[in-house]
Each structure stands twice: as structure tokens, then as C-alpha cells.
Design a binder for this molecule. Structure first.
Ligand code: DX5
Ligand code: ZN
Length: 218
């Protein structure tokens, strides 16, 4: 299914109010909820772990899309699966054994995603395409919301689309997605658009109308 899916990243939500923030963006049209897990090691920022994922799970009616920016990954896969992740995405750069990591994700029953940093070529996923349900193209360097979209990544999306061929694999874009960059990656073949700052800006749990306007604008 290559229809457009908007996945607000709760990295840009009110951290003291995740349950209500999730309900608000889902009510305003979010298709998936994107959950950014950072360890202060693979990326220079720390967010939260499996316990927070488990706590927010009952508030998500759509799809829980967990993006692991952690290394190592393997010791934590079971915990994120038990927390209720529908998709678990690991970075191809996170360790020497990404093939094993993808096997371990699928063994839990979760769908497997593979993320690529801006400096990693599309071809890095070629040997793994029969093991993934989604490829996540980072269009910023991971670690923070609100960064500028890196335009050179658009060509990579096009290359990936042709490598994927007719396999059932989502292409997700993560970083700097807004109404000006979204059409570029859609045209290049992406179907899942993560957006943090572009969804949450201007709104709040007590004033959620901007969330709907922002989602529609993407
Ligand atoms: C970045 C995260 C993204 C981030 C996107 O490391 O993986 O999901 O929240 O934020 P925006 O949309 O503000 O670039
Ligand atoms: Zn992310």
C-alpha cells in the first residue's frame, strides 16, 4: 500500500503529556505514531526506552512505529516488541550484524525497518531487501527534531524505489519533512512521511486544531 501515511514524531510533543498528545494527533488525522528512541551513544541525544513505549501503547489506536537510534540494538529488541511496537526500525550503521538484527526483529512478530543515515548509500540495503518491511531514509542527521532537510537524499529515495521493485516495502522519510519537502519525496517514491516540528508547531493538547491544519498541509 503506497498511499500517503503521515507519522507524527512524538519527539516534538510535550514529553509530560504523551498520552493526550497522541490522542490529539490521531484525532486530527495522523496515520501512524513515530517513536524516536535515542541512547546518547549512537546519536548525541537521549529520549526514552521500552518502559515509556509500553506506557504510551494503550493511547495509540493506529500504528506504533519505533525508530531505534541505539547501539547495540539486539539486547533490546524483545523489550520493544513486548512494549507493543508494530514496526521496529534499526540503523544499518548501528553494528556489524544488521542481518541478524533484522532476523531478531521479525522473530518477535514485529515488522522490520531498516534506517539509513544521510551518509549511507541506498545500495547498503540491497542484500537485505527480503528481510525488511520498511526502509527509513534519514533526511537529517539523526538526534534532534527541527533540523533542515538534506536535499541530496532525494536521489537516494529514487534509487531505493527501483532497488525495491515490486516488493511490499514501505519507504519512510524522516527529518525535515514539511509542506515544501514532502512533495519531493512523495514524487521520488516515499509513502510514509515522519514529521515532528511540522506537525506539532503552533498547537497543544488544549489547542489541537493546528495539528490538523499542519497534517493536511503536508
Ligand atoms: C530525528 C528523528 C526524527 C525527528 C524528525 O533524529 O528520527 O523522527 O523527530 O523531526 P523533524 O520532523 O522536526 O525534522
Ligand atoms: Zn525518527
Amino acid at each position: 500500500d503506497r498511499s500517503l501515511k503521515i507519522a507524527p514524531s512524538i519527539l516534538s510533543a510535550d514529553f509530560a503529556n504523551f498520552g493526550a498528545e497522541i490522542q490529539a494527533v490521531e484525532a486530527k488525522g495522523a496515520d501512524w505514531i513515530h517513536v524516536d528512541v535515542m541512547d546518547g551513544h549512537f546519536v548525541p541525544n537521549i529520549t526514552f526506552g521500552p518502559a515509556t513505549c509500553a506506557a504510551i501503547r494503550p493511547h495509540i489506536k493506529t500504528v506504533m512505529d519505533v525508530h531505534l537510534m541505539i547501539a547495540p540494538v539486539d539486547p533490546y529488541i524483545e523489550a520493544f516488541a513486548a512494549a507493543g511496537a508494530d514496526f521496529i526500525t534499526a540503523h544499518v550503521e548501528a553494528g556489524p550484524h544488521i542481518h541478524r538484527t533484522l532476523q531478531a526483529i521479525r522473530a518477535t512478530g514485529a515488522k522490520a525497518g531498516l534506517a539509513l543515515n544521510p551518509g549511507t548509500p541506498a545500495e547498503a540495503v540491497a542484500p537485505l531487501l527480503d528481510m525488511v518491511d520498511m526502509v527509513c531514509v534519514m533526511t537529517v542527521n539523526p538526534g534532534f527534531g527541527g533540523q533542515k532537510f538534506i536535499h541530496s537524499c532525494v536521489d537516494k529515495v529514487r534509487t531505493l524505489r527501483s532497488l525495491i521493485g515490486d516488493r511490499e516495502i514501505h519507504i519512510e522519510i524522516d527529518g525535515g519533512v514539511d509542506p515544501t519537502t514532502a512533495p519531493l519525496v512523495r514524487a521520488a517514491g516515499a509513502d510514509v512521511l515522519v514529521a515532528g516540528s511540522a506537525v506539532f508547531r503552533g498547537g497543544s493538547v488544549s489547542n489541537p486544531a493546528p495539528y490538523g491544519e499542519n497534517i493536511r498541509a503536508i
